[in-house]
Each structure stands twice: as structure tokens, then as C-alpha cells.
Design a protein around this ligand. Sequence first.
Ligand code: GLN
Length: 462
Amino acid sequence: ITSVELTRASLDRIKAHNPTINAFLHVDEEGALATAREVDEKRAAGENLGRLAGIPIAIKDNLVIRGMPTTCGSKMLEGWLPPYDATVITKIKNAGMPIVGKTNMDEFAMGSSTEFSAYGSTKNPWDTERIPGGSGGGSAAAVSAFMVPLALGSDTGGSIRQPGSVTGTVGVKPTYGAVSRYGLIAMASSLDQVGPVARTVADAAALQEVISGHDELDSTSLDVEVPAFEDIVAQVGADRVKGLKIGIVEQLSADGFEPGVEAEFEATVKRLEDAGAEVVNVSLPSFEYALSAYYLIMPAEVSSNMARFDGMRFGLRAEPETGPVTAERVMAESRGQGFGAEVKRRIILGTHVLSSGNYDAYYGAAQKVRTLVQRDLDEAFSKVDVLVTPTAPTTAFKFGEKIDDPMAMYLNDLATIPANLAGTPGLSVPCGLSEGMPVGFQILAPAYRDDLMYEVAAAVEA
Ligand code: GLN
């Protein structure tokens, strides 16, 4: 099959199903086909191309691509055309991957259901009355609905893994710093990480290989060698978990998890045990406070990152209807019209926790919890190779169920947040169905050991 055929098939599928699923905010048919043609020509000329050359991919709408609309799911950036490529996009382009379009998301990546997108929610392909997860519901739904084999997402508190969990796709948050954040529109910079969305563990591994690597343009980028993840997965049979020590996080089992999710999780652990892994219980006391710490640190960073959307530099500019047109009033009007309720909620929360009278009590305390989470994980990883949890407390819930209750929405992130606070890698792999809806199995590994996570995930998939 040629890349043009493959890309056409992807575009046809998008045309047929995007009107119901709403996974794509923008489709670039011409651009994708041009790349595909180029790859086919090079291949015909006998050029040696990388393993993902010619494979179409979708990109979450918070990664900038030169000249292609990038909205972050917000009215604030409507009509804005980025003047440059994110580093991951340069890598995707160099790898010869046709970019078919930009995917829907919760506004500025804040949410767990895509219901906070200013362009309508994305539907879960398994049941269109249910959410596809968030914030990267568009990328997950696009892969889940066979519109594209691969997509990119971003994960600040679970936005790649939780959508993966509820749409039956593989979602990976690499080690913090493994993938460049240059050109990722920042949500909470110390937590954000770009990562793959795929249908299989091997596909995700191949994509992580392409997007990883040191980048001078990102000061938090790690200068370490990128392992051949796909080779690791290719060598893995279920017996590779033999002798591995797997820890079940006590604080992230039973309470708060739906019985159907818990049952699939336990059955999967049992399979790993049968394959020769040693399973032990691990207690990480700080995990009980991780969610609270995240919902202080994240909005603090959000409030400062959102300051750049001032109605002057990018996107929307709105003038007050009456009274003088001062810079301050234009900013207030633009931000008032441009941002949705959830973004505003977090800006207010963030500025509150950073204000001088509250800083120590909230932000300072949360930073201490963050250190404890890192220490708990360090200690756990001195005893076990990987930790496992259900990725999300429930399968995909119905639209509207949690939208008016921020606390209920935030609880989705219970199991995914610790890895963001610690900067360690996390992966969600489908492990079964509960009442017909997919359940995700999360694997957490020590920093720089993304390879271990892929090994265990391949065994779960086997
Ligand atoms: N659900 C989380 C939040 O709303 C995850 C966000 C993310 O990872 N981008 O903050």
C-alpha cells in the first residue's frame, strides 16, 4: 500500500465520521496528500526512509504548525496562524508523516471530557452519548475510530492517558523532558509533556522514538539518548515480565474505582502474575494528597501562562461597547469573551493561591506535597520495577454528568496526576471491557525507564 492510498483512506474515514465524532477541528487534505506523494516518490527511488514514513498522523490543537489554524479549543485563538513549527512537528515532518489535521480538546487542555472545548465536545466512538475523555479527547477518538493510526497529545494531569483509557487506545506520557515542549502552548509548564496516542503498544513506541530527543529550544529538555523503543516491544513476549516486580498502589485501588474497572484491573494483574511477574502491594501515603496539590500547582502555573492572551498579541481582540477604549479595558473585554468558564475558574484559583497572603498556605504546602510524592515514588521504585493502577476511576461517563460539578470532574485525574507531579513516565493500555466500554490499565515507571513501561504494556496487550 502506498502512503497516498493510506492517507486517502484516512481522509475518507474522517469525512465519513467526523460530522458525528467531532474529533477534528481542522483537516489539511492537500498538505497531507502532498507529503504522502513525496514519500511515495522517495520510496520508489529507493531512498531509505524511517519506519513511520508515510503513516498519517493527527495533532492535538495545542501544538503549533506553521500556517495551520491552532485554537487550543478556545475562541481566544480563533483565526490565529502560528508562524513556526513546534519541535515535535519538525520531527514528524522530517520523518515523512503526513499531518491530516488538528484534533479537538478541552479549552487550553483544561478538562477531562472535551466538554470544555469552545467548538463542541468530541463523541466517544464506542458510544456517542459518552465522553471521549480529556483534554485530548479528539486525538483519542480519532485513533479509536480508525480515522488515523497515530496522534499526538499532551499530558499535564492525564490528558493523554485518561482519554486512552476510555476510548480503548494506548496513551503515553513520557518522562518529563524526554520530548520537547517547544511549540506546545503551555498549560502548566512544570507538568506538561507531549506524548503518543496509538492503537497498539508497538505503534506508540515507534512514535515516541520519532518525537523524543534533546532540544536546545526547551530549557527543560533532557540530554539523554533515545532508546529504540519499538525494538524493545518487538522482542517482548509475555514471558518478558517473568521476574519483574510489579507494585499495586494501595491508595489507588478499591475505594473510588468503579467495580467493573476494578475487576478488569485485577484480572490483568493476575495475568501478569501468571506470566511470572511478582506482584506486591505498595503504600504511597502522599498519593492521597496528590490531587489536591495538583489542583493548586496547576492553576498557579495556568494563571501565569494565560497572561499572554491579552487581546493584543494573538487571536481575539474585543473592544468594550461603551466607554473609553483603554488597553486595560480591551484586555478585560477580550479575556472575558475569549475564555470559557473552566479557564476563568482556574485563572482565578491560580491568582488566589499565588497572592501574597495565601502563597505559603496553598502554593507552598502543595509544593511540599509534590516533593513527598517524588520521594514516595523514589522509595517505591527502589523496591519494585513498575507500579500499576487503573488509569481512570470509571469508564466513559455520559455527557453532562459532571460538567456542573468541578470536583467530580477533577476526581477523574486521581491516578494519573502523581506521574506529572513527579515527572515520571506513565502509560495507559486497554485491558478489557466493563459493560461494553473500554477499561485502561496504567503502568508507572521510574524516570528515564519508559522502556520498562513499554515492556509491561506489551505483555498486557499480548
Ligand atoms: N484533567 C486534567 C485537568 O483538567 C488534565 C489536564 C491535562 O492533562 N492537560 O487538569
